[in-house]
Design a protein around this ligand. Structure first.
Ligand code: FES
Ligand code: FES
Length: 221
């Protein structure tokens, strides 16, 4: 007798497994169909992702502790939302391409270039602008320290420098001169007031330590 199997024999259940090849394929196909339809149902039930644009939509920004509703396009920057729509004009547009730092704001504790930050990406975050440093009961000491050390000339860079200094003091309450220098590495001053700015940071740090406060004048942030 030949030991070669006839084709039909391959489809019969084997003694060891109880499955035939055809039966197995049928079961697998049914299982795949069930899983597939389950996935389809899940996909149908899942909430569709929020779609915005290309036109304007209303968002809420939390700026200096206050909620502000504003209509923006998805491409609108945080700087434009503040300056053009909300009349919060302390941050300046100078390069408008993330190189000079004149537009610096603090978002969730980090200094950012607001000219390259989308307004929609700032939703749900704490945004602090230079206006906040004089908004509370007490002015933040970095403000008078800039005046005391002649840390500004034309003033184009100043709001950004002040906010970058404030952000540095929040992170490093007792900076060295070198840390003050490195901490403002992302901000440019065409008038060259860097030495005065670094001295202002050290003076403000001293004031903050003396008053026992890490942050003042930012009570709304
Ligand atoms: S205006 Fe934003 S970095 Fe220059
Ligand atoms: S004070 Fe003029 S650019 Fe800095």
């Amino acid at each position: 007798m030949s030991s070669k199997r006839k084709p039909d024999q391959e489809l019969q259940p084997t003694a060891s497994t109880g499955f035939s090849r055809r039966g197995f394929l049928g079961t697998a196909s049914a299982t795949a169909g069930a899983v597939g339809s389950g996935l389809l149902e899940q996909t149908a039930e899942a909430a569709p992702p929020a779609v915005m644009g290309p036109g304007e939509a209303e968002i809420t920004l939390t700026i200096n502790g206050k909620a502000a509703k504003v209509k923006v396009e998805p491409r609108t920057t945080l700087l434009d939302a503040c300056r053009e729509r909300l009349e919060i004009t302390g941050a300046k547009r100078v390069c408008d391409r993330g190189t000079c730092g004149a537009c610096t704001m603090i978002v969730n504790g980090k200094t950012v270039y607001s000219c390259t930050t989308l307004a929609v990406d700032a939703v749900g975050k704490k945004i602090e602008t230079v206006e906040n440093l004089t908004a509370g009961a007490k002015t933040h000491p970095i403000v008078p320290a800039f005046a005391n050390h002649d840390a500004l000339q034309c003033g184009y860079c100043t709001p950004g420098m002040v906010m970058a200094s404030k952000g540095l003091l929040d992170r490093t309450p007792n900076p060295t001169y070198e840390q003050a220098k490195a901490g403002l590495g992302g901000n440019l001053c065409r008038c060259g007031t860097y030495v005065g700015i670094r001295k202002a940071i050290l003076e403000a740090a001293k004031e903050l330590r003396a008053s026992g406060a890490r942050t003042t004048g930012g009570s709304n942030a």
